[in-house]
Design a protein around this ligand. Structure first.
Ligand code: FAD
Length: 301
């Protein structure tokens, strides 16, 4: 817990974030970030596709406090949509509403998102709204509610640690949903704190959406959960085209490939760009053993 808090603290440090941007993906981040530019990212996606794996692309961005930064992020995401289309790769977009200006002004953020969603809709590309911390949960759902009046290429994430996720998954069952454990530090008034409780809720939510909902993305590196899902879909005759497994780029690569080879839909979350620092620190917070990746990379340059 102490280490988790330490890395979450580092992920929120803006000075370190700007230094990291300046000095590139050193310190091992290159093992979990698929390049700092579009060419490198598209190359990584092509390599995944060649292994039968699709991609959800995250143009990394943190601490957006000025309209100019949010506008730049919007333009970059539209460029990624164009690149997916031009290169004909099997990929969609993951984005975070704060990156598009949610902390600046709701309507400004809405307009940015609308442009992105409209462009993606033209090419039938799906947009996933990643979920951030609790303060952004309801505003993110509000944006989704409003945008989905005109577009159905939108889905989002349900975080199993929140008590209210059971109600949310029922409300959003007609959406394509990614179900995760939850990556942020949340208060005990709002969220389960124990791994056992989170895992239990995770399984309940996955099973509910598999049985009642639209497409389900089960996003975890936890083989216990994955094995449970494999048995559950078998016992309940749930077709393989109703769900997929997702993992982050660079993690458990053997298991990613194994699941794809077993005939399951598999999608890798592909983060790229110069703003990798906060993303990387959250990964260390989740699993301090990931520090092994860092040390190995630092010595193998
Ligand atoms: P953990 O609870 O970290 O690990 C459980 C067990 O799995 C470990 O004890 C170990 O036995 C095994 N294991 C885990 N990792 C490894 C490894 N690298 N090597 C070997 N064994 C391992 N969170 C959000 O809050 N919002 C989001 O929008 C969001 N999107 C996500 C998208 C994707 C594709 C993924 C994979 C995660 C996302 N997350 C998101 C993060 C998520 O909420 C969890 O914080 C994160 O995935 C860690 O939980 P876990 O389920 O992977 O397993």
């Amino acid at each position: 817990m102490l280490l988790k808090n330490f890395f979450i603290g580092l992920s929120q440090n803006q000075l370190l974030n700007s230094l990291a941007k300046k000095y590139g993906t050193r310190l091992g981040a290159q093992s979990v970030v698929a390049g700092t530019n579009m060419e490198e990212m598209i190359q990584s996606v092509k390599e995944l596709n060649a292994q039968g794996i699709s991609a959800t692309i995250d143009n990394l961005g943190e601490f957006v406090s000025e309209k100019k930064e949010a506008t730049e992020a919007k333009e970059q995401i539209i460029d990624v949509i164009e690149a997916i289309h031009e290169n004909n790769v099997d990929a969609h977009i993951s984005l975070k509403p704060t990156q598009l200006g949610l902390d600046i002004d709701y309507n400004f953020c809405f307009d940015n998102l609308k442009e992105i969603v409209t462009k993606a809709d033209q090419y039938e590309i799906f947009i996933n709204f990643d979920m951030e911390d609790y303060d952004h949960l309801q505003p993110s759902f509000d944006l989704i509610d409003e945008l989905s009046k005109e577009h159905n290429n939108i889905g989002t994430v349900i975080q199993s640690y929140f008590f209210e996720s059971e109600a949310n998954i029922k409300k959003y069952k007609n959406y394509r949903l990614r179900i995760v454990k939850g990556a942020y530090k949340e208060s005990e008034n709002l969220a389960y704190q124990d791994k056992q409780d989170i895992d239990h809720n995770f399984i309940q939510l996955i099973e509910y959406h598999l049985l009642n909902g639209k497409f389900t993305s089960i996003a975890t590196h936890d083989h216990h959960i994955i094995n449970h899902v494999k048995q559950f879909v078998k016992d309940n005759n749930i077709a393989k085209d109703k769900f997929e497994f997702q993992m982050l780029y660079g993690f458990r690569k053997d298991l990613q490939l194994q699941l794809a080879n077993e005939g399951y839909n598999f999608c890798t979350y592909v983060p790229f760009g110069s703003d990798w620092y906060g993303y990387f620190m959250r990964r260390l917070a989740e699993r301090p053993q990931n520090i092994n990746l860092v040390v190995r990379q630092a010595f193998n340059k």
